[in-house]
Design a protein around this ligand. Structure first.
Ligand code: RTP
Ligand code: MG
Length: 211
């Protein structure tokens, strides 16, 4: 009995020592984002819900820090940029109460366009969409406003410019379903994914200086 007790004690001490030296790694809790008023986890459900192999932490999603506020991701697509509609579209953005917290002019590479539109990768138009999105410079933006996702999609109008309401951006500047001038995130999860892809530095205070 004594021998059994001392054996158990030794095993216990060994286990304690092991746990102290090699603590069990904790499951990542993820950072909580506030996008369009909805709290979501950057390293948890948001990525898993998108559930696409193309999405990796290297895309910047996992490093997107906590954000307070209503944010969406917007693009002025190559058709509207090459047609000279950037100015009027930005004017509409500002007149409708959006704050542009990030803005860059870039040529989206085919690889980035594939990750960006990964949700459509099985659709017949995917190849053309990727080719079009990487055909020339785009303006990519992070927009902040109350209810930003819904408000920006309303301002853009329907996907098909022919069906878009009068006064909307796609009605004014879109020329076809495949040339519809602008993009907007469609849900908090996609906003977090897309913002992380293009603006991995966005933080709680978008204007904070890097430490
Ligand atoms: P976006 O993502 O660009 O903001 O557009 P959306 O939400 O209004 O529409 P979505 O269904 O996400 O489609 C993404 C883009 O794919 C092109 N598309 N072509 N039938 C077609 O040929 C077709 N359907 C969609 C559009 O350019 C659309 O913006
Ligand atoms: Mg969409």
């Amino acid at each position: 009995m004594k021998k059994l007790l001392s054996t158990l004690l030794v095993i216990g001490l060994l286990l304690w020592g092991l746990v102290t030296v090699y603590p069990p790694s904790r499951a990542p809790t993820g950072r909580v984002l506030q996008v369009a008023g909805k709290a979501i986890k950057a390293t948890g459900s948001a990525i898993q819900r998108l559930g696409d192999k193309l999405i990796t932490p290297e895309d910047g999603v996992a490093s997107l820090p906590a954000m307070a506020g209503n944010l969406t991701f917007a693009v002025i697509k190559p058709d509207a940029v090459s047609a000279g509609h950037v100015g009027p579209i930005i004017d509409l953005i500002e007149k409708n109460g959006f704050e542009i917290v990030r803005m860059r002019k870039i040529v989206i590479t085919p690889e980035l366009a594939k990750r960006f539109y990964a949700v459509h990768k099985e659709r017949p138009f995917f190849g053309n969409l990727v080719e079009f999105m990487s055909s020339g410079p785009s303006i990519v933006m992070a927009l902040r406003r109350d209810n930003a996702i819904k408000a920006w999609r309303e301002l853009m109008g329907a996907t098909d410019p022919a069906k878009a309401a009068e006064g909307t951006i796609r009605k004014r500047y879109g020329t076809a379903v495949s040339r519809n001038a602008t993009h907007g995130s469609d849900a908090p999860e996609t906003a977090a994914y897309e913002l992380g892809l293009f603006f991995p530095d966005l933080g709680e205070d978008p204007y904070a200086r890097p430490q």
